[in-house]
Design a binder for this molecule. Sequence first.
Ligand code: AMP
Length: 585
Amino acid sequence: MSDTPVAFSDLELPSSLLKSITELGYETPSPIQAECIPLLLKGQDVLGMAQTGTGKTAAFALPLLSRIDLKSNKPQVLVLAPTRELAVQVAEAFQVYARHMPGFHVLPIYGGQSYTLQLKQLRRGPHVVVGTPGRVMDHLDRGTLKIDELKAMVLDEADEMLRMGFIDDVETIMAKTPATRQTALFSATMPEQIRRITKRYMREPTEVKIASKTATMENIDQKCWIVSGTNKLDALVRILETDEFGGIIIFARTKTATTELAEKLEARGYAAAALNGDMNQQLRERTVQRLKDAKLDILVATDVAARGLDVQRVGLVVNYDIPYDTEAYVHRIGRTGRAGRDGKAIMFVAPRERRLLKQIERATRQPIQQMDLPSRDLVQNKRLESFREQVSNIVSKEDIAPYRELVDQLAVDTELEVLDLASALLYMAQKEKPLILPPEPEPRPRREREDRESDRGEKRERINYEDLDVYRLEVGRSDGVQVKNIVGAIANEADINSRHIGDIRLHDDYSTVQLPKGMPTEVLQQLKGVFICRKKIDITLMEGEIARPAPRSDKPRGEYKGKGRNDRGGNDRGAPRKPRPRRDA
Ligand code: AMP
């Protein structure tokens, strides 16, 4: 984050897009956006080293949208993404940014969705198609997706696509696009196979890497909470209720989010206000002054508005939304621990943002400890304690005699015992802060939780073979199939996290794969029609076959090597494919 940020209005984006950005409450371009947008607007190729959470979607969607010809109904932009989840998310982002482009149409296509539906949607002529490589290949093979008029192509999370075994498909697809198309490739890492693609298919790409500075912040106690089970607002309130922090600064991404969150906190009884770029200088200064004077306890701020903020009583910084990069993180948490005091920093990290967390830890060379939320009992006790205090204060400081009379009268009128009456009044008095909290939800079964929290397979837990069935696929080594092709296809088509796929064994003309028990018939039916290496897999349950780990000697050579079972990052040799047309870079 530089000291003089570029504004979205400096970026020469069309007014329709600027309007959406303003409505979304984006204040300034994130670093990756500030660098990528001008390059992509000029028609250059871009190689972005960036991961989820950096704002990379807008970094390519905004400039590419500005080049869409709404009158043409052939796909002009194709985005390839590793998973259906990401494909849908990217398509939604396009739709939101294009809300003031009348007639604009984006279509996500991914495995697991019916072909008939996709065909119908493809016929409507989407301007942008966002798809997983397998499905895109299928549609290209069937002739139902035309990419001869593509102006641009984006490979999103290229390293993930490599890891999931899609890289051959990606190359085949790229080779079919017009040589004139522009390319943007985003990847958190740059393994050799991806470098190779960039050399073969991209034209002098500009590499965009967001530099991160290191800094020491020894007086700041840094923690993070991985978002799960509880929503972020409830989590925040739990934290705020169970400790004393003095002043607090909470960082959110957008101007809209700052006002919304400040309002919600106010509704829960906190002295909170927003601090964002929509406020004029005078109002911002007044708001900061109120924090200094302890008339406010919480400011909910955007990065820009909080730049340089120096308030000594700030004891806690909450990264409600993860910052875009290390520099922003360092700046944010530096708003506490001022003038040699101690400070606390808590960051909320969604499971899919874990990589950004790791990057921050690496760059700051400090581990950020994971924390649990304060327990329900603790919150409940704190609430009771503060209620008790309020009641004692009122009894000792206020003239409550007239109220005693009222209570007497009420008891007579309602024919209630005073204890029941008091309970009803207590019930009414608790408002946004119930004094009796609902029981903690049962922790979700491990399997499901990991599905949601997975940061896509970086660690594999041990597989419980009793939970798996064995299936037979009618594709084998002689079709050029590799383990990773099977993983990628099944993960996307059946929406099974790759970590829950058991052993895969390749034979010459068939393969077997272990999949979680209880697969719904529709999913199995769906999987039957999936193609791997151009051949229908026609999957069937092998009844009576018991899933067990492969004996070491049984492991097909070259398929199980690497870090662990089913190492999906292995090399790409050996898949005999049609010779690929090469294109000079
Ligand atoms: P991404 O890294 O593309 O997954 O984006 C992460 C999140 O940041 C999304 O929720 C975006 O809506 C949000 N976002 C992207 N760009 C900006 C921006 N310039 N200002 C505020 N929020 C943004």
